[in-house]
Design a protein around this ligand. Sequence first.
Ligand SMILES: C[S@@+](CC[C@H](N)C(=O)[O-])C[C@H]1O[C@@H](n2cnc3c(N)ncnc32)[C@H](O)[C@@H]1O
Length: 215
Amino acid sequence: MSIVNPALNDYLLAHATPQDEVLRDLAEETARTLPERLSMQITQDEGALLTLLARLCGARQAVEIGTFTGYSSICIARALPADGRLLALDVNEEWTSVARRYWARAGLADRIELRLGPALDMLRALPREETFDFAFIDADKTGYPAYYEELVPRMRPGGLLALDNVLRGGRVADPAASDPADLAIRKVNDTVVADERVESVLLPIRDGLTLARKR
Ligand SMILES: C[S@@+](CC[C@H](N)C(=O)[O-])C[C@H]1O[C@@H](n2cnc3c(N)ncnc32)[C@H](O)[C@@H]1O
């Protein structure tokens, strides 16, 4: 199932803030060197949305789970003030070494702290305090329910959580779906909508993006 009408795809991309040279070069390098992984990278319109959202909620402290080659981290970090911080969590040193190069090129190296390892362990090691204004979850899908539970108590009141790929190509609405990743995403979708700690909406942008604002 295609969530975004393919005929409208180019039109949508043409009507979001255009990529600058850094993001364009990063997307091109990822496509050239990691073609089989390119679908993991968020798209230009989603990147523009993350920048807009992080700016709108006045984020100073942000966290990202799933950095890959750095596209979303640049979009988020750009929205932070000069003394703001993005904590970027990923398990892969090779892919995030690409991200580090582009953070330097974007002048964001001092605003982003990368930690390498399993995200759940690193999240659990953070103080259980209301720290973050903005969080983006875009890593292994089976981890989403646990990432969400670890993040909510660490969000400030008014802080925004964004969860990517929450439609799984439409499979979340297919009763026959049995893939563990699809089931984990369905579980977190059901958790978020029933969670009185947040108000939320599931947007049909790309593969689905849930926004949940902590009350
Ligand atoms: C979909 S990609 C992230 C794409 C990125 N947000 C972007 O805009 O390009 C998922 C990332 O999650 C990382 N990842 C997968 N399992 C993980 C885990 N258990 N802990 C931390 N990172 C993990 C992968 O190494 C990969 O870089």
